[in-house]
Design a protein around this ligand. Sequence first.
Ligand SMILES: Nc1nc2c(ncn2[C@@H]2O[C@H](COP(=O)(O)OP(=O)(O)OP(=O)(O)O)[C@@H](O)[C@H]2O)c(=O)[nH]1
Ligand SMILES: [Mg+2]
Length: 407
Amino acid sequence: MSRDRKPHIGIFGRRNNGKSSIINKLANQDIAIVSDIAGTTTDPVKKSFEISGFGPVVLIDTAGIDDIGELGELRIKKTTQSIQLIDLAILVVSNNEWDKHETDLIETFQKQEVPYIILHNKSDINKASEDWLQIARQQNAVEVMNFSVIDSDINPLVRKIQLAIPESAYKMPTLVGDLISYGDIVLLITPIDIEAPEGRLILPQIQAIRDILDNDAVCIVLKEREVDSFLKKTGIKPVLAITDSQIFLKADASVPKDIPLTGFSILLAHFKGDFESYLKGTPKIDELKNSDRILLLESCSHHVACDDIGRVKIPRWISAYTGKKLHFDVVAGLDNIKRPITDYSLVIQCGGCMITRKQLHNRLNLAKDAQIPITNYGMTIAYVQGIYERAVAPFLTNNKTIKPDYL
Ligand SMILES: Nc1nc2c(ncn2[C@@H]2O[C@H](COP(=O)(O)OP(=O)(O)OP(=O)(O)O)[C@@H](O)[C@H]2O)c(=O)[nH]1
Ligand SMILES: [Mg+2]
């Protein structure tokens, strides 16, 4: 994985119980104002620093949740809002306090599905009592700890933070990161003249460019007509070429066979789709019979280019390839599928560039549960154009699929 993002940690609790002091201790420097006057921190403040032994974080210091007066209420609201931003909460308590202030916060953490650590601070003055510990341990916190800014070693807390923050908080999955390494040259082939939106590139192309740069690799973007002469003229040999699926054949002819070639929508199929199932499902195109029904799931109803691929091109190509009389139904967006899923012999899913992985999988489960073969737009196009093996090869090593890095 790459493109690290900084995990966000929020620190909550009543006034004066040592929230800002804990931040300073985690940062190993004075970055937050500490004083014995209750209400020192007034607004949520983001501090960006490195926790030794863990890495860069953004820590959000908040105003005491027991703040008083009208202004206090506003501050509490802001404090509660900041819970939406965080990957982990630390609830600081001192003097064995426990009432609605604490339980309200915990309820909000739970609602926002934020994991939380409960820290009993100032234990040098007043240690957590057995009664308090018993209550705190019933709160589904990832950890309950006795702590003192003055006496405690910070490392056990750092280790708990490390364990409690989900990996997804600081690691973003990458589209091509598992296929390339530092300094590699990747060639992107994008037809500009056909259906590209005016003045822009389509989303998967932009994502691929960003991802290649994030992986410290080199990205060359060419129109299909320039590929041949560019490769000959420069002698550059990319480690991977990615083409728009609509010009697969042309790209296949232009890109020398020793350079792996795949399509943007296959890249998406691998990244976001159910690649293993697509691998099993695609060759079932050969088993289609006259009057079989095929369902095309087009998840992004507003995407004009895909519209044409799903409604016109894929039906035409599959019919020509199989020589069979087939029925095609297209279901757009998250619309209901009108016929029972068992009416279909094959389901073809679009790349799903506009929807989440979860939405896409939920959509496919219906077909999978009914054991109907599934494939995707790019893999189908590659298959009927006879370049399927070449197009999926970059995702296979020793006949095993390279898993996307977040699985
Ligand atoms: N004895 C002792 N004093 C502490 C400890 N942690 C913090 N303090 C003191 O408690 C006082 C309040 O600390 P802060 O860090 O400002 O507390 P806070 O929770 O940020 O307070 P507000 O910003 O007002 O909500 C300061 O005088 C700190 O020096 C501790 O573990 N032990
Ligand atoms: Mg403070």
